[in-house]
Design a protein. Structure first.
Length: 440
């Protein structure tokens, strides 16, 4: 490498490094002060910088916008993949968004505005609208010549064919194109399109298409069937990651719209209602304990062992919930499998409950020496773990059947069930057989 490619700010970030390792270069830039990172970006040709810029975290991009020359920022917005440019523009204040759109190349600004008009988490927001549909009657030589004018062809794995009305008509894999004779026509190389998605389809449907067909690129069509964009592999992976992360957040009562860098006020507004729901379920569990106040006062060992039953049933319910949620996410099961899945988890809970009850009984006997207390906690353990398995399987499937998001605060509802059933079974059995309990 020539000396002029090496930067005083960070010698490792030379031109070749930026070109061949954009992800690693982005991580290095993120660790640098914003002013120094801006110097690195401004010192290199845009063609080398754009792939690195697209790998930067969103908050780093926003900080760098304030440090880079306006002309550089405008060119970055113009050269970025349109979905990524639209995503970054939407994160900015309205005034800043308007200013940068005005500075961008007209064609790039038009594409970005078109994507921003789609609903969040829709296929239209994820797609690259720069897809070019080729005619089936074109020859291989004509197609290759046409490809030379494509921008960012590194993401291409296949070409899409369209009829005279622009409707999706087939696809041609690049490997077939590469070994074909120049005079062959694309119709002879055409393969059927295995999967496509409407531009207004939600992200969940995009993920479903990916999992069902394992396609390298997913064409996007409008209601008339016209090809209007394609979701490339990077966006497909991002959609899968987003789907998984949304489920993780919503299961514990956080909003799917919240991000790690969201404003405090936004996070509070989105989380607080579910925290109140959780508080209500906690009071419900506490009220169950209050019903057996006299029993606890007479046998104080019950207060020590209550968390053991509730905690164990909570873990068992969480296992059933996780397996059921994964089955729903992978489309292995649906609400019509409710009875089968619930019955399976009840049997698992029963067998696990018997095994755990035996171990727990031994420990309680060595600790208390009370056969009555051993019988109470063993019976309660089996009952609570069966109920936990039932609830862990039923809650997400019932939410799905009701047309709700199965991940939405499932753990909050599950915790309510396991706590109430755990306390009720343990203290209820203890009250019924109070005379058997030794004072411990």
């Amino acid at each position: 490498m020539s000396a002029e490619l090496r930067l005083p700010a960070e010698s490792a970030l030379e031109g070749r490094y930026l070109k061949d390792y954009p992800r690693e270069a982005a991580r290095r830039l993120e660790a640098m002060p914003a002013e120094e990172a801006a110097e690195v970006i401004a010192a290199h040709p845009l063609a080398r910088v754009v792939p690195v810029w697209e790998q930067l975290a969103a908050d780093v991009q926003e900080r760098l916008l304030e440090c880079l020359p306006e002309a550089t920022v405008a060119r970055l917005f113009s050269e970025m993949d349109p979905p990524l440019a639209a995503e970054l523009l939407l994160r900015l204040e309205a005034q800043a968004r308007t200013r940068w759109l005005a500075r961008m190349e007209p064609a790039a600004a038009k594409l970005a505005q078109r994507l921003m008009a789609y609903p969040p988490d829709s296929a239209g927001r994820l797609m690259d609208p720069r897809v070019v549909g080729l005619r089936p009657e074109m020859t291989v030589a004509e197609a290759l010549a046409r490809m030379k004018g494509f921008r960012r062809t590194r993401a291409l794995r296949e070409l899409f064919l369209v009829d005279e009305a622009g409707r999706l008509a087939g696809r041609v894999e690049l490997q077939d194109l590469a070994v074909a004779l120049p005079e062959e026509i694309l119709a002879q190389l055409s393969r059927p399109v295995t999967a496509a998605v409407l531009d207004l389809a939600p992200r969940e449907e995009v993920v479903e298409r990916i999992e069902q067909h394992r396609v390298p690129a997913l064409p996007v069509v409008n209601v008339a069937g016209r090809l209007i964009g394609v979701i490339h592999q990077g966006a497909l992976v991002a959609a899968l990651q987003e789907e998984v992360s949304v489920d993780i957040q919503t299961m514990v009562g956080a909003s799917k719209d919240e991000r790690a860098l969201s404003k405090v006020s936004f996070a509070v507004v989105k989380r607080l209602p579910w925290l109140h729901v959780n508080l209500a379920t906690a009071f419900l569990a506490a009220s169950v304990v209050g019903l057996f106040e006299n029993t606890i006062a007479q046998v104080t060992a019950l207060a020590v062992l209550m968390p053991v039953v509730a905690g164990q049933s909570g873990n068992a319910g969480g296992q059933a919930l996780a397996v059921t949620m994964r089955g729903l996410a992978l489309r292995e099961i649906s609400p019509r499998h409710l009875s089968w899945v619930v019955f399976k988890e009840v049997r698992v809970g029963l067998l696990n409950g018997l095994a755990v009850a035996a171990t727990c009984a031994l420990g309680v006997y060595l600790w208390s020496g009370s056969p009555g207390l051993v019988a109470v906690i063993a019976a309660a353990m089996v009952v609570s773990m069966v109920a936990a398995g039932l609830a862990g399987a039923a809650i997400p499937l019932l939410l799905t059947r009701l047309g709700q998001d199965p991940a939405q605060s499932s753990t909050i509802f599950l915790t309510a069930v396991t706590d109430v059933v755990g306390f009720l079974s343990f203290l209820g059995v203890a009250t019924l057989f109070q005379g058997w309990l030794s004072a411990v």
